[in-house]
Design a protein around this ligand. Structure first.
Ligand code: DGL
Length: 284
């Protein structure tokens, strides 16, 4: 009886922070969150089998993202971070406004676009900012709309990098051909506006390309990855929301779920996180 009670207590207390992405990209966010907030439990879900999301329609991205979020809720998460710009752009608001009140009004889902746009005005001197993102994120206009709210004088130029996610998901981004595509896209962005002094990597897959991009842009151009910003904003959120903070379990564990083959995920994901990963295959 006592043992059963202890097991119940343990099960009850597992309320990891969920981190969802179409594939590997969210790992760049998870890694920064883990560094800043190592005490919490995390449950990562990569929908690798259906990635990339970037070229999919609004409805499909919404449907897939909702399935991912529901899966994380079903596995105990009270708070889920959609660590994917495309899904944040196309699904976050509907999930927050339409689905959450019906699923459980106490649960929360946060995205990655707003935190980056809040601070952009402080980073640019020329007030010319470039966004590199997926086609879906670019077409949603989420970045220009959000930046306009916080820094109305900033001119935002976007460029969609349709090849980057497939290159990264397939481990081809550091090849000569891969780098050729990447360089061409970066140059196209800077040709659209040569006053850009800050580039936001508006896709969570792209931080893995950060040092290569820095090596090809003029030295005064800052390249911003979202991970550190999201981690800082999450810490701040948890301070401002103690009712959520107490619910998040704190055993320092991280578990990984993927909709693709788990062996492939383990191998590739460890390149992003620099740690040994044992994932579980699930179906959504
Ligand atoms: N990591 C996703 C993002 O931030 C990639 C989207 C995709 O799967 O195309 O947008």
């Amino acid at each position: 009886m006592v043992t059963l009670f202890c097991i119940f207590e343990l099960v009850k207390k597992y309320a990891p922070i969920g981190v969802f992405d179409s594939g590997y990209g969210g790992l760049t966010i998870l890694s920064e969150i883990q560094k800043r907030l190592p005490q919490y439990d995390y449950l990562y879900l990569g929908d690798n089998a259906r990635a990339p999301y970037g070229t999919r329609s609004f409805d499909v991205v919404y449907e897939f993202t909702l399935e991912g979020v529901n899966e994380l809720f079903a596995r105990g998460c009270e708070l889920v971070i959609i660590a994917c710009n495309t899904a944040s752009a196309k699904a976050l608001r509907t999930i927050q406004q339409k689905n959450l009140p019906l699923i459980d009004p106490e649960k929360r889902v946060l995205g990655v676009i707003r935190p980056s746009t809040e601070i952009i005005g402080e980073l640019t001197k020329t007030k010319h900012v470039g966004i590199l993102a997926t086609e879906g994120t670019v077409k949603s206009l989420s970045y220009p709309i959000e930046i306009q709210k916080f820094s109305p004088e900033t001119i935002v130029t976007q460029h969609a990098c349709s090849m980057w996610v497939p290159l990264i998901e397939n481990g081809k981004h550091a090849t000569e051909a891969g780098q050729m595509f990447i360089k061409e896209d970066v140059e196209l962005l800077l040709q659209k506006d040569d006053k850009i002094d800050v580039i936001i990597l508006g896709c969570t897959h792209y931080p893995i390309l950060k040092s290569y991009i820095e090596s090809i842009v003029p030295s005064h151009v800052k390249v911003i990855a979202q991970g550190g910003i999201i981690a800082e904003k999450l810490e701040d959120y948890l301070v401002r929301h103690p009712e959520m903070e107490v619910k998040c379990s704190k055993n320092g564990t991280t578990h990984f779920l993927t909709t693709e083959n788990s062996e492939g995920f383990n191998k590739r994901a460890s390149l992003f996180l620099h740690q040994e990963i044992k994932s579980e295959h699930i179906k959504l």
